[in-house]
Every structure is written in structure tokens, then in C-alpha cells.
Design a protein around this ligand. Structure first.
Ligand SMILES: Nc1ncnc2c1ncn2[C@@H]1O[C@H](COP(=O)(O)OP(=O)(O)OP(=O)(O)O)[C@@H](O)[C@H]1O
Ligand SMILES: [Mg+2]
Length: 316
């Protein structure tokens, strides 16, 4: 049984806003990246998982429990880091931590103290005057203080300085080692790349891609840029390449005598033998990275649904 299951989740706010028919699931021990541009629907989905919002259609389950029906159990057990942190301004950080500890029935504060130290949090000041980064650290400490097995983190590092972001990434890796199940929404590519096993991308309230991160890291399709020494060599290549089934021409720049092609990794020897018949100035591999893949979805002018799509995750 998956730890987190989202099935056909829909919340229509009107005017094409909201989330529509979202389905994905997270197994025990997985770190699951949830990506998408501003307003895509990440926070809305996450709030349903936490039981703060009632679905119009579909449902979310955590360890088999319906989020909406069992909201208080879920909110007590899960580690949750909200995207927009709203803290009671009248309290100091220390008072807030104490309040959260009581709520969760924590009596031994050793783990909490270790987190405070790790993230260099000074909780003594009033929440009203705390900087954004300090509030984020406080939210991290309270999300992890009861050592939860399941964590739902909505842009956990926004507002943290680069050192703290790096520290947080290491911390997530350690938690993963301990077998924690983590949903992580983020805009920060390096954070997702360093931590996630699986990734879903949401855009305009719809899930447009779900995949295993390693499939993309070990993408077998390679892209090469070629430049020929003469027009004659370029033209010769351009005609003959049509008969080469394994080579896909992605673009041509005749005036520069350049071509961009893609081939499967296992055809590399045939490819090199083919192009060596033409007078080449250079050829170089253009790395297609996870980051290139993500950037396509942030491009508002594009309707990308993932051209070089790695194997999609099949739901069971
Ligand atoms: N309570 C609400 N009432 C009406 N519309 C809402 C409500 N909550 C969210 N929306 C709309 O739903 C869409 C998704 O918002 P959401 O906050 O889930 O996006 P997000 O992916 O978390 O974005 P960001 O990266 O900016 O945090 C947006 O168009 C937003 O304006
Ligand atoms: Mg959000």
C-alpha cells in the first residue's frame, strides 16, 4: 500500500483555477518531488493531503486513511511544512515550540534541541519580529520535532540562505536513509535533483508528467551539434542523413553549416562512422539534463508535455 495516494483529486475554483483530476502515489521510503510554476496547484494539492481542504472529486489517502475524514489524526502525525507560514505573532519562538511539543505529546526535548542547534535557530525572539528565514527554520524544527515517518514539505527552503539550503538538502538525504517518506514541493532544481526518487510536474492544475528521476539522469538519447567545414560537406550530410534511420535531425543552420541531431546511445559507433565520411569542423555532445527538462515546463509560451519523455510511472 502506498503511504500517500492521491486519486482523481479535483478542486475547481472557477475561471480554470484549481486542480483537476490529479493522481499519483508515494511509496514508503521515497522522496517525491512536486514541481510546477507559480499558481500551478502544488499548495492546493498539499492542503488536501493534510486534510485542510475538502475535495470536490476524488480523494487523498495517507496510510490508507482518508485525509478529509481523518484530518486531525493526519495533522497530528505527519510532519508538515506549510508554503505560507502563518505563526501566532503574540508568542515567542520558544513558546511556539513548547506549544507544538505539548500538542504532540513530546516530553523529551532532546531531538528538538538537536534540530534547533543544527539549523542555528534562535527561537527566543517574538514571532512578530522574526525574519522570514528564521520563521522558516522554526517551521522546519516543528515539522520534524516528533520524528515523523511521513513528511509533506511545501517549498521548505524558500527564504533560507544558500548555506542553510545545502544543510537542509543533506538533512533530507539523512531522513531518506532512515526510511522516511517525503513529499517535497520546490522550484529549486538542485534541491529536487539531489534528493528525489520520483518527480511529478503540475501545470495549470493538471499533472503533465510523472517519472522516475534516474530514468532522466541516465537518458539514453544523446544530442550532438555538428559543424561541417564546407557547404558541400553540409549538403552531402543533409541528403545522406535521410537514409540513416537511427539519426534524428532536430535542426539545421545551412548558413553556418551546422546541424543538431539526436541518436540513441547504443548507435554511437554507427553514428561516428557515418559522420566521419564528411568534412567535419567539430562535433560536440549537448547534454540534455534534468534541468533542461524542467525548464521546458516553466516556459509559459510552450505547451510542452515532455517531448523527450522518460518512462512514465505506471500507476498500479
Ligand atoms: N482558496 C482559494 N480560492 C480561490 N482560488 C484559489 C484558492 N487557493 C488557490 N487558488 C488558485 O488555485 C491555483 C493554484 O494555487 P496554488 O497555491 O495551489 O499554486 P502553487 O503551485 O502552490 O503556486 P506557488 O508556486 O506560487 O506556491 C491558483 O490559480 C490560485 O489562485
Ligand atoms: Mg504554493
Amino acid at each position: 500500500m502506498p503511504v500517500i495516494e492521491i486519486e482523481h483529486l479535483t478542486k475547481d475554483y472557477g475561471h480554470n483555477r484549481g486542480i483537476f483530476d490529479i493522481s499519483f502515489s508515494i511509496n514508503k521510503g521515497e522522496v517525491y518531488g512536486f514541481l510546477g510554476p507559480n499558481g500551478a496547484g502544488k499548495t492546493t494539492t498539499i492542503r488536501h493531503i493534510m486534510g485542510f481542504s475538502r475535495p470536490q472529486q476524488g480523494h487523498t489517502l495517507v496510510n490508507g486513511l482518508n485525509s478529509w475524514e481523518r484530518a486531525s489524526d493526519i495533522q497530528r502525525e505527519l510532519g508538515y511544512l506549510p508554503g505560507e507560514i502563518a505563526l501566532p505573532e503574540a508568542l515567542t519562538g520558544t513558546q511556539f515550540i513548547k506549544m507544538m511539543a505539548e500538542l504532540r505529546g513530546i516530553t523529551d526535548m532532546t531531538h528538538t534541541q538537536a534540530l534547533i542547534k543544527k539549523f542555528e535557530l534562535d527561537p527566543s525572539g517574538s514571532l512578530k519580529r522574526m525574519s522570514l528565514g528564521m520563521k522558516r527554520k522554526l517551521a522546519i524544527v516543528t515539522a520534524f520535532m516528533h520524528d515523523p515517518a511521513v513528511l509533506v514539505l511545501d517549498e521548505p527552503t524558500s527564504g533560507l540562505d544558500p548555506m542553510m539550503q545545502a544543510l537542509f538538502i543533506d538533512f533530507i538525504k539523512e531522513e531518506k536513509e532512515k526510511g522516511k517518506t517525503i513529499l517535497l514541493s520546490s522550484h529549486i532544481f538542485s534541491e529536487i535533483d539531489a534528493t528525489c526518487d520520483k518527480i511529478s510536474i503540475i501545470k495549470d492544475g493538471r499533472l503533465i508528467s510523472s517519472f522516475v528521476a534516474n530514468d532522466l539522469r541516465h537518458n539514453e538519447i544523446k544530442t550532438f551539434k555538428l559543424e561541417f567545414k564546407s557547404e558541400e560537406a553540409f549538403n552531402g550530410f543533409n541528403v545522406d542523413v535521410n537514409a540513416q534511420q537511427e539519426i534524428e535531425v532536430l535542426s539545421l543552420s545551412p548558413h553556418k553549416h551546422q546541424a543538431i541531431v539526436s541518436i540513441n546511445d547504443n548507435q554511437i559507433n554507427r553514428f561516428i562512422s557515418f559522420i566521419s565520411d564528411y568534412d567535419l569542423k567539430f562535433f560536440s555532445e549537448k547534454k540534455f539534463t534534468l534541468e533542461d527538462y524542467f525548464m521546458k515546463f516553466y516556459d509559459r509560451s510552450s505547451n510542452a508535455t515532455g517531448g523527450a519523455q522518460p518512462n512514465a510511472i505506471h500507476r498500479n
